[in-house]
Design a protein around this ligand. Structure first.
Ligand SMILES: [Zn+2]
Length: 237
């Protein structure tokens, strides 16, 4: 039986002499695995389809529950992501988050479209803002939505300084102070990403990275999984 699926490569693992196992996020069937035979040969026609971030229409053959790539036609290779180390890790973090949050064979059209859009945005614009926006939606779609940016204890505005409670995913004002302190620059970025407040050009770089760090720490608390690319991104100079 053959099937045609729109898919994004989330992860690859080499095996055999020239083969590669792909973890694909498909629009129609959710997360699945498929073997790509011979794709590590230098002249392999399907070499492109076995690369991270490849977004293509795959034709897969299924036999006894195992899938093999028969052919693929490229939709977008997101090549700009391979030319910039920060874009690369931000994109790999999107794929890693999908991999961590998705169960096999569970369809999530919204997460799929958001992931593809985030990669597209990263090619053309600010990779950290694209990652943050994707991260917030991915958390919400997985049942870990962040509480609105108001004090979870007294209901008041947060002011310039605030705290974030990792286990509950909520903020508190500096008077109620529950959890770890959040810097003004992080709050500024979170305000932009959750409510569109402020101009993207005026957001401090350091605040964007801190916001990624905050969301990743929250994600770790909730899922107890690691996304190595997110850690690499946070370690970049
Ligand atoms: Zn308060």
């Amino acid at each position: 039986m053959e099937e045609k699926l729109d898919a994004l490569v989330l992860r690859t693992a080499d095996y055999g002499e020239y083969d590669r196992m792909l973890t694909l996020f498909t629009l129609q069937k959710g997360k699945i695995s498929a073997a790509a035979k011979g794709v590590r040969k230098p002249a392999a026609k399907l070499r492109f389809a076995a690369q991270p971030f490849c977004f293509a229409e795959y034709v897969l053959a299924e036999r006894g529950g195992r899938r093999t790539v028969v052919s693929a036609s490229n939709t977008d290779g997101f090549y700009a992501l391979r030319e910039d180390v920060r874009k690369f890790y931000a994109a790999a973090a999107v794929c890693g988050l999908c991999d961590a949050l998705l169960y096999e064979n569970i369809v999530s059209e919204e997460l799929f479209l958001r992931a593809v859009n985030a990669l597209k945005e990263m090619c053309e614009g600010d990779e950290l803002l694209a990652l943050l926006s994707f991260f917030l939606h991915a958390l919400a779609l997985s049942g870990y939505a962040l509480a609105p940016l108001l004090c979870a204890s007294c209901g008041g505005e947060l002011g310039e300084h605030a705290c974030f409670d990792l286990s509950e995913g909520c903020f508190t004002c500096s008077a109620c102070a529950r959890g770890a302190g959040v810097s003004p620059s992080t709050l500024q970025v979170m305000r932009y990403c959750t409510g569109g407040q402020g101009a993207p050009q005026a957001l401090p770089e350091e605040g964007k990275l801190r916001a990624v760090k905050l969301l990743y720490a929250y994600f770790r608390t909730k899922t107890d999984t690691r996304v190595k690319a997110a850690e690499e991104l946070l370690r970049l100079p």
